[in-house]
Design a protein around this ligand. Structure first.
Ligand code: ARG
Length: 451
């Protein structure tokens, strides 16, 4: 009987414990505690000697965990309890004074903010590397013409540089999104205590400054119950994954035999165990596949928060695994995507061939007639008839002879073929943001400002 009660308690304790995953926060937890202890000392809430003992004890714990000399025992409920218990074991009763004018509720809120601030900087660094790889490939492919698609139907010719820079813009936006989220997040909740503030003469500004925050949270109830910053960052991660996943899908298509636009380096593909000809784009597929996990993490956190009354509720402990999983996934995916892109070989001849075989210059043919005075809608109709004629006779616009063109309109002259060549189609699109080489320069300069 007694034994089974014991077992049940163990099960409940394990269920309740966050130490197996929040041990990741040990550095932030100790850093936050040190700032708190320094403030308690400065305010005369503990004596200078007590403060020094606590600071030395915390430093020792941090050094030992860093060195692998101190293991997280599974007796503690979470990282906060673990550090405090270890401190008291090391320096005696004075360790019990650390938790004066504080609660685990504001402690965990500060720990996650410190952690996410660093991690957001790391993700930004990885985005920079990806952007650098995009810019490098773009620089090498300013003249590489391929079909631009809408509805995955060949639409108009573009350069591969232009196409890649479109992804560059997405990742640049991702960087600004992280920056915005961090700016909003970077206020210190420590000193909110359990929820109502404290009767001790604390100095919250001092703690905030010590920890590199821009200010303090202004409402103690909000300070301990807000997890908006986690949601915002998870949403930013989800969008990064959306962008990576679209890019990954294109890499999968481009490296297929049907397209053959690019060839991935062997380190980013795998062979098949039974089909010797195969070179599978597994890394790109995994990036596409892992996108779902990050969406799931975002949805999980939103769902955890939606029905919570103020202020802290234990449900909020569920924030951590969602955040950690999303972070890990995003970092892995960015980490593999940048070198995959950088080492990817392009096949400009195949891209050009794909652009040349259809009627991708039909818009330009219509524009030719417009330049000679025909209203666009009439030009559009005439070109439609020419395309139908080509399809019926197995011809293409580039090689259809002038006399056949003139059957549809007397406006066609012998400069026609030059006007609808692929290079002309690309080079003439000089509008801001367009695909002409001159229009790419400002796009490249803008993205370079992020590096
Ligand atoms: N492990 C908890 C969490 O991650 C820490 C805060 C616990 N606070 C409390 N009053 N039980 O949310």
């Amino acid at each position: 009987m007694g034994r089974s009660v014991c077992q049940r308690l163990k099960q409940a304790d394990d269920f309740n414990s966050s130490l197996p995953f929040d041990c990741k926060l040990y550095k932030q937890d100790i850093t936050g505690s040190m700032a708190h202890a320094a403030m308690l000392g400065a305010q005369g809430i503990i004596t200078p000697a007590e403060r020094d003992a606590i600071l030395a004890g915390l430093e020792g714990i941090l050094a030992d965990i860093d060195a692998g000399a101190l293991a997280f025992d599974d007796e503690a409920e979470d990282i906060h309890m673990f550090v405090e218990a270890e401190l008291t074991a090391r320096i005696g009763d004075v360790g019990k004074k650390l938790h004066t004018a504080r609660s685990r509720n504001d402690q965990v809120a500060v720990d996650i903010r410190l952690y996410l601030r660093d991690e957001a900087a790391e993700v930004t660094g990885l985005l920079k590397k990806l952007l650098a790889a995009i810019l490098k490939q773009a620089g090498q492919n300013r003249q590489t013409v391929l079909p631009g698609y809408t509805h995955l139907q060949r639409a108009q010719p573009v350069t591969f540089a232009h196409h890649l820079l479109a992804y560059g813009m997405m990742f640049a936006r991702d960087m600004t999104r992280l920056r915005d989220a961090v700016a909003r997040m970077n206020v210190c909740p420590l000193g909110s205590c359990a929820l109502a503030g404290t009767t001790y003469p604390t100095n919250r500004q001092m703690v905030a400054e010590e920890l590199g925050f821009d200010g303090i949270t202004l409402n103690s109830i909000d300070g301990v119950s807000d997890r908006d910053f986690c949601v915002e960052l998870l949403a930013a991660f989800a969008l990064i994954m959306t962008h990576l996943s679209r890019f990954a899908e294109e890499v999968v298509l481009w490296s297929s035999w049907e397209f053959r636009f690019v060839e991935l380096d062997d380190s980013f593909t795998t062979g098949s165990s039974i089909m010797p000809q195969k070179k599978n784009p597994d890394m790109a597929e995994l990036v596409r596949g892992k996108t779902g996990r990050v969406y799931g993490d975002l949805m999980a956190l939103l769902t955890v928060l939606k029905g919570l009354p103020l202020a802290y509720n234990k449900d909020m402990q569920e924030d951590k695994e969602a955040i950690f999983d999303a972070l890990e996934t995003v970092k892995q995916c960015l980490g593999v995507f940048a070198p995959m892109l950088e080492s990817m070989k392009t096949r400009p001849d195949n891209m050009r061939k794909a652009a040349g075989e259809g009627f991708i210059n039909a818009t330009d043919l219509a524009d030719y007639l417009v330049r000679r005075g025909l209203p666009f809608r009439d030009a559009y109709k005439t070109v439609g008839q020419i395309v139908a004629h080509c399809l019926a006779t197995g011809k293409v616009l580039e090689t259809l002879p002038l006399d056949e063109y003139r059957r549809f309109s007397p406006l066609f002259e012998d400069d026609l073929h030059a006007a609808i060549s692929l290079d002309a189609c690309v080079n003439k699109r000089t509008s801001a943001g367009g695909t002409a080489p001159g229009s790419l320069d400002p796009q490249i300069a803008y993205l370079q400002s992020f590096l």
